[in-house]
Design a protein around this ligand. Sequence first.
Ligand code: C2E
Ligand code: CA
Ligand code: CA
Length: 571
Amino acid sequence: MSGITHERLVKLNRLFTSYEIIAEGTEVFLCDMRYDYSRWSRRMVEVYGLPGEYMENAGEIWEEHIHPDDRAGYHKSIESIFTGESVGHDMQYRALDKKGKYHTCTCRGIVLGDEDGNLEYFGGVIRDHSPDGEIDPLTGLRNQQAFFKDLAHYLEGNETIFIAMLGTTHFSRMNDLYGYDFANRILQHNARYMLEHYGNIGSLFRLDGIKLAIISRSITPEEFREHYRTISDILQGGYLLDGKWVQMPVNCGGIYVNDVETGMNGIKTGVNTVYSCLTNAYEDSKYNHQGDFCEFEGGMTVRRQNKLDLINMVRNSVNDGCRNFVMYYQPIVNAKDESLAGAEALLRWIGPDGRVVGPDEFIPVLESDAMFPILGTWVLKSALEEVKPLLEDYPDFVINVNVSYAQLQQHDFVQNVLSALRETGFPARNLCLEITERARMLDMDRLININFRLVRQGVSFALDDFGTGFSSINILKHLKFRTVKLDRKFVMNVLDDSKEVNLVTSVTRMARIFGATTCVEGVEDARMRAALLNSEVDKMQGYYYSVPVPMGVFRNKFCSGQNETEEQKSV
Ligand code: C2E
Ligand code: CA
Ligand code: CA
């Protein structure tokens, strides 16, 4: 029998009961550290076949149940608690029940000190996830479903959490290089590594595909940034696995969520909103920061909160039949005579305070959101409906509609475009889809196929933002474009630098080789236009002609004359 005194036992039981009351569906453990004497929830005793509710040395007994791969991490954590190095843990491991099945458990505990600062109690809760559900069979980590469930739980409880998403670039190369089985071993290895080293900062999940996520209630983004440096050094620097050298670039994005209830719209931030923002931070790391850790709206609590609220409201609008969205139109003119050639349709969202919110504030975040294509379809249909009446007087008017990478990824993209044309009775030849070079990330064959099928039906394409990012003429070689749009940054210094005019001429000549015309964006004043007239550019667009405006204004401003001759149609 243990040496615990009666008085201490009464105290243990009292504390235990209070823990149980607030534990809500989780199991409780409480250890009197002076005597290393613990009490555990009845259910744990039954499910895991523990010696009894009261145990001496419970830490060691429990360790026997822990999966051999997870044991070292657990041991280290318990040791550091009993030596006073750490004040608690929040970790995940697999534990063997009495029927011989492993359950994934998330365990959170803290140490309470007495008035003299000595360790007195170690207590906490264990959440026992069922042995079959919500576990990724390959890595043993909890899966995406579990991730969403936990996230919802934390948001509901207004808990402050930090979430990180980690992934590797070109993982498919591992498949090609080493075969599927070995690539799986790499994934397993990475997951184990993460669990061993970072299992005690929060819960780890395997998301769909090869990404891992951590949700932590204790760590700050700054602390995580440090951890991530080590992780990326190890994975990026390379390691030996089964005699093979494995090296891969890693990316990581994070988001710190607190004050979720202070949302100005009174609507709670939803899991999908947080997930979209997290994905956005991850993509920022992958595409713009060579794998460095990126935090969503990093550091600035107020800005991040506003942004989260905005994204949440915009998402809700989409789910509410794309309410509060409007299309604005910006004229595109023929360079030579400034006659109206068409327009670009640009999306706007109207906030509850009537503020017109530009797409740069929400599209980059929502682009990879599963609901984005719904908005894309709404954009296309709205533009076609609004522009159609103009075609009576302007039969050659071309409406340019922006299409994002995520939309092109949809398997039914071509059918969607064709049905929008059919439903609105809009002639295909008057529609031009603007795609950016980001589309190159799509499988080229797929892109060629989309381009070919739509061009065959009369729809045309424009290559947007040419001159930014990784421009390549490869895409021009493979796809059919009506227009190459030169980005504003490309011509911004056209007045000070005559080379820029020559550059526009060169690009225009090159575009011609591929049967395309050019359009410069961002023509802001008469001097810029005059300078650009010395190039051979075909079309112009910019504030000099007009800022984007709603269709009513557009019609009055640019299409008021009925049945004008070509020369009269000047803007
Ligand atoms: P973008 O396709 O490059 O669109 C041109 C942007 O430049 C527009 O910003 C336009 O207002 C702005 N702009 C036009 N002329 C000038 C000028 O002279 N000076 C300056 N400084 N800016 C000028 P906006 O409307 O804020 O759109 C930003 C981006 O959002 C667009 O860039 C496009 O990538 C995206 N976007 C807009 N509407 C849609 C949409 O319906 N679907 C998708 N997928 N993306 C959209
Ligand atoms: Ca565009
Ligand atoms: Ca553009």
